[in-house]
Ligand binder design. Structure first.
Ligand code: CP3
Length: 341
């Protein structure tokens, strides 16, 4: 069966703009909180039945045009030998971060169908549950963003360490990035083979790089991943938080869809790159904290800024924990209503 979201990702004509929300399953939902009250975050990720159940929450509450599998970009780092935990109020913490060339050797490459089997298993469970009514979206972190967490050992304010490393010792940094690129290809291949109809690469922290550093130290690995996944003929979204100054490089990544944050004007991006490029985004997630009238006009503004080019509606970054579910629902409903011709 054809899916609106997948057709739009391929740049095919669609009767209305498809919509999904980054982090659409999560803490802003009571149903998610109830599951988390009984299971840790990683337990949910590691248990296909739970991950499947959480993936389906947004279907019932929001009815978006695609269901992103519930997991985390950092989950593969565990399989590579990093000791990962999620601590309430602090976020991810890695007890044994990668700090030198010796640590890179320690990182194991693994078979995603074995070491992270729970992830393709969760995708298969969702596919069975939705009976092809919704496409399942797979994802992975892009190598630079994975390197940021692996090197810092958690969330940092500036990510100084990965930058200093790549400039001081580009040879070992390349070895690290290549390892992550290989792991991501394997992980996304396993997700596609399990039934993901689209995959997104999250490059949350690449927006923090100077454009020419991005081009030299991060982009080649994204290009390598996309090149190796082309054989599946599944659309690939490349999302960055902070695309400003790097859009030309992102377009040269070879991705089918470019996911943009809200700090750039969608109309400007269209003017620069034309009507053929497929764009995803880019409403400021904070708009969901305003009233429904503001959400409606936020949606209308984005649709107008995009014009007639192929577009997948999304926020410019993940939804935040204090958003009322009714507001998220209103967003999805309004995209469907206002974009239908
Ligand atoms: O989009 C979805 O609904 C799928 C699930 C998903 C999660 N994380 C669930 C999650 C996806 C696609 C991610 C991606 C992810 N994870 C990114 C890239 C996108 C982005 O937001 O920039 C990053 C950087 C991470 C790393 C990560 N995971 C951080 C920094 C944190 C802690 C901060 C926070 O928001 O809690 C997480 C935890 C996390 N990942 C939660 C969820 C629902 C919250 C865990 C909980 O306490 O229940």
């Amino acid at each position: 069966m054809g899916h609106l979201l997948i057709d739009a990702a391929r740049g095919l004509p669609v009767p209305r703009t498809p919509v999904w929300i980054m982090r659409q399953a999560g803490r802003y939902q009571a149903e998610y909180q109830a599951i988390r009250a009984k299971h840790s975050f990683l337990e949910v990720c590691h248990t296909p039945e739970l991950a499947c159940k959480v993936t389906l929450i947004p279907r019932d509450l929001l009815n978006p045009d695609g269901l992103i599998i519930f997991s985390d970009i950092l989950v593969p780092l565990e399989a590579m030998g990093l000791d990962l935990d999620f601590i309430a109020g602090k976020g991810p913490v890695i007890a044994n971060p990668v700090r030198n060339a010796q640590d890179i050797k320690r990182l194991r490459l693994y078979d995603a169908d074995v070491a992270t089997k729970f992830l393709p298993d969760a995708i298969r469970a969702v596919r069975t549950a939705v009976n092809d009514e919704y496409p399942v979206l797979g994802f992975a972190g892009a190598p630079y963003t994975l390197a940021c967490y692996a090197i810092e050992g958690g969330t940092a304010r500036h990510y100084h360490r990965p930058k200093a490393w790549m400039l001081n010792d580009p040879t070992s940094f390349d070895r690290l990035m290549s390892k992550f690129a290989d792991a991501v290809v394997d992980l996304l291949s396993a997700q596609i083979e399990a039934g993901a109809s689209l995959v997104q690469l999250f490059d949350t922290w690449a927006g923090n790089l100077m454009p020419h550093h991005f081009e030299q130290y991060a982009l080649p690995y994204v290009q390598r991943i996309i090149e190796q996944l082309k054989r599946y003929n599944v659309p690939i979204v490349y999302f960055m938080n902070g695309v400003s100054g790097k859009l030309h490089h992102m377009v040269s990544s070879g991705a089918d869809v470019i996911g943009i944050d809200w700090r750039v004007d969608l109309a400007d991006v269209r003017r620069t790159f034309g009507q053929r490029i497929v764009l995803q985004g880019n409403l400021d997630p904070s708009v969901l904290l305003a009233d429904t009238k503001a959400i409606t006009s936020g949606v209308a503004d984005i649709l107008k800024a995009n014009g007639t080019g192929p577009h997948i509606f999304n926020l410019g970054h993940g939804i935040t924990p204090t958003v009322p579910v009714a507001n998220a629902r209103h967003l999805v409903d309004e995209v469907k209503r206002l974009s239908a011709v």
